[in-house]
Design a protein around this ligand. Structure first.
Ligand SMILES: *[C@@H]1O[C@H](CO)[C@@H](O)[C@H](O)[C@H]1NC(C)=O
Ligand SMILES: *[C@@H]1O[C@H](CO)[C@@H](O)[C@H](O)[C@H]1NC(C)=O
Length: 504
C-alpha cells in the first residue's frame, strides 16, 4: 500500500464518520469530504452542464447523437442555432450561479479516458467499458476496447468552497465520480498510480467576472477603427488591444464558461493597460472596452458578452453597398499585382491568389454562384434582431453618416453613454481611419449595376432605417435616399488611409 495524500485524506474521511468528530478542527480535506457528503444530491444537481459548445448540426458519431437525444432531440435545422445557444448558455450560467449561491465552486473535470483505461487493472477493465458504455450510449456493449474510447470525458462539478484543486482530484473525483465509471472502490482498481495522472481539473467562473465595460461589436468595414481610435483619446476610456481583440472569438472560442485562469490573466492584462494609460496621460481610466468588428455576427461570442450584465454594446452602420464593394476589392477584385495591392492596403493580406474577378459586375452575376458565401458573410440585417434582444437597453447604434457630419457630437454622446464623467479634452480632433476613397473598383462607373446591387441590399437598408427609428434618431438623409459613395465620388476628395492609418 502506498501512503499517498489521497489515501490519507480517505482515511480522514472515514475517521470523520467513525470517530464522529465535529466540524471545529477539521482539516480542509476532511471538511471537503464531509460537506460534500452532507448534501451530495444537492451538489450533483448543480453539476453536469456542458462547458464547451456542441454544435447542433454536428453529428460525427454515436456520442453526439446520444447527447442530442438526451437534450431533447433537436433536429439540425438552421434556425435552431440561436435557440440551441440560448439553451446551452442558460444551462451553464444557471448552474454556476446556483453553485456559487450555495457556497460552492464550479469545476471542469477532464478525464483522459484512454490513459485511465491503461492504468486500470486488467481484471477491472471490462467493468469500466461496460459502465462507460451505459453512461454514454445506454447500451452495454458499444465500447469493446481502448480504441473505442473517446479521448476525453468532460464533466462539470459543483463542490463546496473548501475543496480546492488538489482536493477535487484526491477526494471529489475518486470518491464521488469515479464509481460511476469503475464501480465501488475505484482506487483499488488502479495499478500503481493515482487519479492525479489522468484527471485535470480547472475552476470555472461566470462571464461577469471579466472586467470589461463595453464593446465595439460591429460592423466591420463601417468605421469601427475610427470609433476605436477616437474613443481611445478620452482619458477615462481604454481598450484591451491596439487592434482587434480575439480573446472571446479565438482563445475562448468554444467555451460556454471561462476558466478562472483565463479570466485572471486577461483581467491582469487589462489592469496593466490602465496603468500604462495612467503613466502616459496622468489619468487612470475606469472604463475598459474591446473592439471586435465581427462580433455582432458571431453567435457564441456575442452571447458571452451578453452574459456580462453591465456591458454596453456599440454598433456602427454604414452604406451596405460601399461596404460590399470594399470587401470585394479586398478579397476578390483582380489586381495587376496582388503583392503590390497588399502593400498598398487594397487587397487583404490574408488573401491568396485564388480566382479573382475583373469587374464588380460579378457581385451581381455570381450573387448566387461563386460569391454566394461572400454575400452571406456580409449580411448584417439577419443578426440585428438577436443582437438587439441580447443587449436591450444597453446598445447604441451609430450611423457612419452621423460620424461624417458631426463627429464631435457623436463621440461626446458615446462617451456619456459609456458612463464617462468628463467630456473629451477641448483640443481633441477626431480623424477617420481605414478609408480608401475614389474608384476602388469599376462599380461606380456603371449606374445599372449600382441600382441592381442596391435592390439586393434593400433588406439591409430597411433594417438600418428601422434601427435608427427605434433609437429615435434622425434617419440620415443618405440612408433615406439610398445614396451611396458613387453619388459623392465626383465631388468628394478621395481619402487614402488603408487599414488602421489616420486620414488627413
Ligand atoms: C507502474 O506501472 C507501470 C506499468 O504498469 C510500470 O511500467 C512502472 O514501472 C510502474 N512504476 C512503479 C514506480 O512501480
Ligand atoms: C453594367 O452592369 C450591368 C450589370 O452587371 C451589365 O450588364 C452591363 O454590361 C454593364 N455595363 C457596362 C458598360 O459595363
Amino acid at each position: 500500500m502506498i501512503y499517498t495524500r489521497r489515501f490519507m485524506s480517505r482515511m480522514l474521511f472515514i475517521c470523520l464518520w467513525a470517530c464522529g468528530s465535529g466540524e471545529t478542527s477539521e482539516t480542509p480535506s476532511a471538511a471537503c469530504a464531509s460537506q460534500y457528503v452532507k448534501s451530495e444530491a444537492s451538489w450533483k444537481s448543480m453539476s453536469g452542464a456542458n462547458t464547451l459548445y456542441i454544435p447542433v448540426d454536428h453529428r460525427p458519431n454515436w456520442y453526439w447523437q446520444e447527447v442530442s437525444k438526451r437534450r431533447g432531440g433537436l433536429e439540425p435545422v438552421s434556425g435552431y442555432e440561436d435557440l440551441w445557444l440560448d439553451r446551452l448558455f442558460a444551462e451553464a450560467q444557471i448552474q454556476i450561479l446556483g453553485c456559487s449561491v450555495h457556497g460552492g465552486r464550479y469545476w471542469e473535470v477532464v478525464l483522459d479516458l484512454p490513459r485511465l483505461f491503461q492504468i486500470i487493472r486488467r481484471a477491472a477493465r471490462p467493468i469500466f467499458l461496460r459502465l462507460l458504455s451505459r453512461l454514454l450510449v445506454r447500451t452495454d456493449d458499444e465500447l469493446n476496447s481502448m480504441d473505442d474510447l473517446p479521448d476525453v470525458m468532460r464533466l462539470s462539478v459543483c463542490a463546496p468552497q473548501v475543496c480546492d484543486q488538489d482536493l477535487m482530484v484526491d477526494i471529489i473525483v475518486p470518491q464521488f465520480y469515479a464509481p460511476m465509471l469503475m464501480g465501488a472502490k475505484p482506487e483499488r482498481k488502479l495499478l500503481n498510480r493515482s487519479f492525479q495522472d489522468v484527471v485535470r481539473v480547472e475552476e470555472l467562473l461566470d462571464w461577469s467576472s471579466i472586467n470589461i465595460d463595453f464593446a465595439i461589436g460591429g460592423t466591420d468595414g463601417c468605421g469601427t477603427s475610427s470609433l476605436h481610435r477616437n474613443l481611445e483619446q478620452h482619458p477615462e476610456l481604454a481598450f484591451s488591444t491596439v487592434g482587434e481583440d480575439f480573446f472571446f472569438t479565438a482563445e475562448l472560442a468554444h467555451r460556454l464558461l471561462p476558466l478562472k485562469s483565463q479570466v485572471e490573466s486577461y483581467n491582469t492584462q487589462l489592469e496593466e493597460i490602465k496603468d500604462t494609460k495612467l503613466k502616459s496621460v496622468g489619468f487612470r481610466p475606469k472604463i475598459m472596452g474591446i473592439c471586435n468588428p465581427a462580433l455582432f455576427s458571431t453567435g457564441l461570442a456575442r452571447r458571452k458578452l451578453a452574459g456580462m450584465p453591465n456591458l454596453k454594446m456599440i454598433v456602427i452602420l454604414c452604406d451596405p453597398l460601399g461596404r460590399l464593394e470594399k470587401n470585394f476589392m479586398e478579397y476578390h477584385y483582380c489586381f495587376d499585382s496582388l503583392a503590390e495591392a497588399k502593400l498598398r492596403g487594397l487587397a487583404s493580406g490574408a488573401r491568396d491568389d485564388e480566382a479573382c474577378f475583373a469587374s464588380a459586375g460579378s457581385l451581381l452575376s455570381e450573387r448566387f454562384g461563386k460569391l454566394k458565401r461572400f454575400w452571406q458573410r456580409r449580411e448584417v440585417a439577419v443578426h440585428m434582431p438577436t443582437l438587439m434582444n441580447l443587449f436591450t437597453g444597453r446598445i447604441i447604434v451609430v450611423h457612419q453618416e452621423q460620424l461624417r457630419i458631426r463627429p464631435n457630437a457623436v463621440f461626446s454622446s458615446l462617451a456619456s453613454f459609456l458612463g464617462a464623467r468628463y467630456t473629451f479634452r477641448s483640443q481633441t480632433s477626431f480623424h477617420r481611419y481605414n478609408s480608401v476613397g475614389g474608384h476602388r473598383t469599376d462599380l461606380c462607373h456603371n449606374a445599372t449595376l449600382v441600382s441592381a446591387l442596391k435592390r439586393h441590399l434593400e433588406p439591409e437598408y430597411q433594417m438600418q432605417e428601422l434601427l435608427m427609428k427605434d433609437a429615435q434618431e434622425l434617419v440620415p438623409e443618405s440612408l433615406l435616399l439610398r445614396s451611396t459613395r458613387c453619388d459623392r465620388i465626383a465631388t468628394e476628395e478621395a481619402t487614402y488611409c488603408p487599414s488602421r492609418s489616420a486620414c488627413e
